[in-house]
Design a protein around this ligand. Structure first.
Ligand SMILES: Cc1cc2nc3c(=O)[nH]c(=O)nc-3n(C[C@H](O)[C@H](O)[C@H](O)COP(=O)(O)OP(=O)(O)OC[C@H]3O[C@@H](n4cnc5c(N)ncnc54)[C@H](O)[C@@H]3O)c2cc1C
Length: 216
């Protein structure tokens, strides 16, 4: 059973349509890629969220979208600086210890990779980030300025400047060569993870080199 802590909200800001960045004070050490449970009461069943901030950061960042009719997120988006919520200890094994790897994310699935990036683990990594439109490429400016050619934004909507036009699967399908010797880390919806995993396996990447975190 994970320990549950009361934490104070430092800020809770809308950063894109329907998307919020929650910043709280930090109670524990964690590894980039881990998740926490969040609830409004210590006895409630917590919802899981990936930590988006770096391991050296004194705050915890959570990137979330509001699910209409959901039990947690519509209310969470109305909470303000100084309010108390409950957060569990961090846990989970979606951590990247390899030197070289490809990180693939859509939507809020970018959160664990943002944490790895802000923790300084991005050397020799390629990041492929997908969204319908550019406003869903969360943390884009950080990745763009730091990763250069190792950052590939993909937008399925026409006319998004500087992005591959299409989904992450279209981008991968268009690549002449896919390196089957390195690990691939996928994070996002079940649909994206299954589609990307099938594509990578079809292009020769062994199943055990594909690590996935599904947000359900
Ligand atoms: C490992 C992991 C990490 C995650 N990390 C993140 C993250 O970093 N950011 C993020 O945004 N999300 C993340 N998620 C998803 C997150 O945990 C929640 O599922 C999500 O935020 C929904 O929370 P909610 O309580 O608002 O909605 P819920 O109450 O779970 O409802 C979700 C949707 O289902 C509908 N629904 C609920 N009950 C029913 C029902 N009985 N019949 C029909 N429809 C119903 C609701 O209307 C709503 O639209 C993660 C999930 C996992 C498993």
């Amino acid at each position: 059973m994970n320990k549950v802590y009361p934490v104070k909200i430092i800020a809770n800001t809308s950063i894109a349509p329907n998307t919020w960045l929650l910043r709280c004070n930090r109670m524990w050490e964690f590894e980039a890629g881990q998740v926490v449970g969040i609830s409004f009461h210590p006895d409630d069943e917590p919802r899981l969220y990936s930590i988006a901030s770096g391991t050296q950061h004194h705050e915890v960042w959570i990137l979330y979208t509001v699910k209409p009719g959901g039990l947690l997120t519509p209310q969470l988006s109305t909470r303000n600086k100084g309010d108390t919520i409950y957060m569990t200890d961090p846990f989970g094994n979606f951590v990247c210890r390899e030197d070289k790897a490809v990180w693939i994310a859509t939507g809020t699935g970018i959160a664990p990779f943002a944490s790895m990036f802000f923790s300084g683990q991005h050397t020799k990594k390629k990041l492929i980030q997908g969204s319908r439109s550019k406003d869903g490429l969360y943390f884009h400016d950080f990745f763009y300025s730091e990763l250069g050619r190792d950052y590939q934004p993909c937008c399925s909507r026409i006319g998004e400047e500087g992005c591959f036009r299409g989904r992450v699967t279209d981008y991968l399908a268009n690549l002449e060569m896919i390196d089957a010797e390195i690990p691939y880390y996928l994070c996002g919806s079940a649909e994206m993870v299954v589609d990307v995993r099938d594509l990578l396996i079809a292009r020769g990447v062994p199943f055990e080199r594909i690590m996935a975190e599904i947000f359900f």
